[in-house]
Design a binder for this molecule. Structure first.
Ligand code: ZN
Length: 157
């Protein structure tokens, strides 16, 4: 596995959902997790390793997730601005406003449908990875970030 960097076209393709998490998908997710740790990331989406599939991995503290088809069902209205980087955009760091808690649905590595509320840094990582599945990168958030600032969202808002 190799990291794919901007402006590789695979990073801009909207991925299709995975039908079923079987042995192949499980193997892919585990390899993604292994590489994410090696590259010192806290999240990784399949397009970042050149695979246009709805698979993501993330790890914050002791929370590790290996998911297919993540879907954000609901999110907090208030945004919080935090610095974000991306393995596919080395040396780019951006202030990005995102909701601080989300309700998300996904299929876990055991092919079980799950639905849960996630808060804090892990919620941010999931939103970042779901962006990747939609062909969206942190550099696309710039305008939105300024707009939110203009609308009165504070830096800790
Ligand atoms: Zn990224």
């Amino acid at each position: 596995m190799q990291i794919v960097t901007h402006p590789h076209p695979v990073l801009r393709v909207k991925t299709k959902p995975v039908g079923f998490v079987g042995e192949n998908e499980r193997r892919l997710l585990r390899r993604m997790l292994k590489h994410m740790r090696q590259w010192k990331g806290i999240g990784l989406a399949a397009p970042q390793v050149g695979l246009s599939k709805q698979l993501i991995v993330a790890e914050v503290d002791d929370q590790t997730l290996l998911w297919a088809n993540p879907l954000i069902l609901e999110s907090d209205r208030a945004g919080k601005i935090m610095e974000e980087g991306c393995l596919s955009l080395p040396s780019t760091v951006m202030d990005i406003s995102r909701p601080s808690s989300i309700w998300v649905r996904a299929i876990n590595e055991k092919n079980k449908k799950i639905e849960l509320k996630v808060e804090g840094l892990l919620a941010r990582v999931i939103q970042h990875e779901v962006d990747h599945l939609n062909g969206v990168l942190i550099i696309d958030h710039k305008a939105e970030c300024y707009k939110k600032g203009d609308d009165g969202y504070g830096s800790e808002g």
